[in-house]
Design a binder for this molecule. Structure first.
Ligand SMILES: Nc1ncnc2c1ncn2[C@@H]1O[C@H](COP(=O)(O)OP(=O)(O)O)[C@@H](O)[C@H]1O
Ligand SMILES: [Mg+2]
Length: 242
């Protein structure tokens, strides 16, 4: 089957700084892919390139059978690419429900699905609450809900588990597993490795300074390779990953 997303020889430079160096990557339809790599490696930039917030310097991005390389972010959103942001920026003066309506109108989603999305993300009882009063876990859930409101085929999650307690992290993992099981393809960038490997079936490690894929495959195998161990000394897959 045709991959949902393909990057073909993608390069990105900020002036003299080359952040993406000839990246080629296929995401099979329905796959949950994890990406880990040190701060500054270019992970969020990769999402900016896929989502259309930044143009590629060269190379091609294909989504769902189409060349989207030159499409704007809102066009890509309508095609079915949604992302959560490392630093969420919801409309804090609006309610949870109103935030979903705005997201649905930006993407290709239908507003009558808001209730279902709130249920799936555990926010139904917060529908009429002002976003400014939400807890951290609830704001993370809102990031997921806003992304789902655009009816995505591909969900890009950028370090969504950061700052949560272990119990909250597990709750978020369950919600992301539900989204995965509903058939949405996922790329998840995350420092909290045990949360990531509980969800993804393939893991890619990128090295500092540039996006160079240094290892990919089944999460446990990738984490066991000596190079990854060296880079990730101190970050271990713990019991939760089993
Ligand atoms: N819009 C931008 N303009 C200039 N430099 C940028 C821009 N976005 C990111 N960078 C630089 O690119 C590198 C990778 O950043 P980023 O993608 O945020 O890394 P990561 O998410 O892996 O921590 C960093 O050196 C960062 O300063
Ligand atoms: Mg980042």
């Amino acid at each position: 089957m045709q991959p949902i997303l393909s990057l073909v020889g993608v390069n990105k430079s900020f002036g003299a700084l080359q952040v993406a160096d000839n990246i080629s990557l296929d995401l099979p339809r329905g796959q949950a892919l994890g990406i880990i790599g040190p701060n500054g490696a270019g992970k969020s930039t990769l999402f900016n390139l896929i989502g259309g917030a930044l143009p590629v310097s060269s190379g091609e991005i294909r989504f769902d059978g189409q060349d989207i390389t030159r499409q704007r972010a809102n066009q890509r959103c309508r095609q079915g690419i949604a992302r959560s942001f490392q630093i969420p920026h919801p409309f804090t003066g609006m309610s949870v429900y109103e935030n979903l309506l705005v997201a649905a109108s930006f993407g290709g989603g239908k507003t009558d699905q808001a209730r279902d999305i709130l249920t799936r993300t555990g926010l139904l009882d917060k529908a009429n609450v002002q976003v400014g009063t939400l807890s951290l876990l609830e704001r993370k859930r809102l990031e997921l809900a806003r992304a789902l409101a655009t009816q995505p085929k591909l969900l890009l999650l950028d370090e969504i588990a950061g700052g949560l307690t272990e119990g909250e992290c597990q709750a978020l993992v369950r919600t992301i597993c539900d989204i995965r099981d509903s058939g949405v393809s996922i790329i998840w960038i995350e420092h909290i490795v045990h949360a990531l490997v509980a969800v993804v079936e393939r893991l890619i490690v990128i090295d500092f300074g540039k996006i160079i894929i240094i290892a990919q495959g089944a999460p446990a195998e990738v984490m066991a390779t000596p190079l990854v161990q060296e880079i990730y000394m101190g970050i271990e897959i713990d019991d939760h990953a089993a």
